[in-house]
Design a binder for this molecule. Structure first.
Ligand code: NAG
Ligand code: NAG
Length: 367
């Protein structure tokens, strides 16, 4: 009897795991659109006019190549996107596994000069993502936000809390995707969690601009498990198919100078010597010039200069320090702002990857 119960529980969890697949939400790229009778010009009429989504407020259905004033609207995935007017929101319910961590990724573009924000929520969590800085040259950026599922069904809401005078101002949204996160643990091979950044948000395979990980204020559910984005601005998560990545499939690009930093607190033994080793390089994205990455381990710091020709490459650096506390904060930021040499506008910066923290007490065993 118990064996049967156990077997069926195993089957059930296996089928649950199978049911969930990382990638676009159903109609996550809005390619299935409203019927002509549900459209008034570009405005979508009716809560259920776009398949799989529940709409609220002023929402427009945008076709690639459509004009707004002199601006030609570009759509990153397929031929359609939506625009969220003031106080508009889109919602979708998705089966998830209670207690698991998930990361949402979506693409968004500003269409007016104003600073815009989006409130992403899966009750009881929510996060307001600022969209004020340009990182990619076509106007679209992808953003990540993570949550822990409190229920078996996640009600995913993207809401524009803006109050612009012009209702045609309001961000465009496309390609909403989700990924289950498996937060890694520290081991005796690395006292930092996810030091190689291999666990992180979903990167939309058809986008070439990486994913921005916005600053998180109260963050135990980071889209970059183990790491917290400190200070004001985002860091960028780069994938190997579109960028040079020093190790593995993913790396972090410090795109906002001293205004964006990644940090993690590690357990240490006071008085013991440690080495913090890491790669500094460039993503091969026309980000050129003299760069400096500043690394911190408690009160110790190391400045690592890197000359980038924007064509990829990296070097290793080591910060050796003696821990003074039982918890040591490790942090990285870029000293300077850099902009890409191909468009002279979008922000870029040095890449950090493969961060390892090791105790020197028994180097052979810690290998
Ligand atoms: C974001 O949306 C959630 C869910 O609707 C709400 O509880 C929260 O107050 C909103 N946050 C802001 C800053 O508007
Ligand atoms: C990427 O683009 C190709 C060609 O446009 C399309 O067939 C494919 O479905 C897209 N991939 C995703 C994940 O949307």
């Amino acid at each position: 009897m118990r064996a049967v119960l156990l077997a069926s529980a195993l089957l059930l969890s296996a089928s649950l795991a199978l049911a969930f697949k990382d990638g676009l939400l159903p109609n996550g790229n809005f390619e299935l659109g409203p019927r002509p009778s549900d459209l008034k010009g570009t405005e979508v009429i009716g809560r259920h006019a776009i398949p799989e989504w529940e709409l609220s407020g002023f929402i427009e259905y945008i076709k690639a190549g459509q004009k707004q004033g002199d601006m030609l609207l570009v759509v990153p995935e397929g031929a359609f996107a939506v625009r969220l007017g003031n106080e508009a929101s889109i919602k979708q319910r998705l089966k998830v596994q209670k207690g698991m961590y998930y990361s949402l990724t979506f693409s968004a573009a500003r269409t007016c000069a104003q600073e815009e924000r989006l409130n992403v929520s899966v009750a009881p969590d929510s996060g307001v993502l600022p969209m004020q800085t340009l990182y990619s040259s076509n106007g679209w950026d992808s953003y990540a936000w993570a949550f822990q599922a409190e229920y078996d069904v996640a009600e995913i809401v993207i809401h524009n809390p803006g109050e612009e005078e012009d209702p045609a101002c309001g961000p465009l949204i496309d390609s909403v995707a989700i990924k289950a996160l498996f937060p890694p643990k520290a081991t005796n091979k690395n006292l930092l969690k996810n030091g190689d950044f291999e666990e992180g948000p979903y990167v939309l395979p058809n986008t070439t601009w990486g994913v921005l990980i916005p600053p998180n204020i109260e963050d135990d559910h980071s889209p970059l498990p183990g790491w917290v984005i400190e200070s004001l601005k985002a860091v960028k998560y780069n994938d190997a198919p579109h960028f040079t990545v020093p190790q593995g499939r993913y790396a972090v690009e410090l795109v906002a100078g001293k205004e964006s930093a990644i940090a993690q607190v590690a357990r240490t033994v006071p008085g013991r010597t440690y080495t913090l080793s890491f790669s500094v390089g460039d993503a091969s994205n026309s980000c050129e010039g003299s760069m400096v990455v500043e690394a911190f381990a408690g009160k110790d710091t190391l400045k690592v200069p890197y000359e980038s020709r924007g064509k990829g490459g990296f070097k290793r650096a080591v910060l050796k320090f003696v821990a003074t506390e039982s918890r040591t904060r490790v942090m990285f930021f870029s000293t300077f702002y850099t902009t890409r040499s191909d468009d002279l506008a979008s922000l870029c910066g040095p890449v950090v990857d493969d961060v390892k923290l090791l105790s020197l007490r028994n180097p052979r065993r810690m290998g």
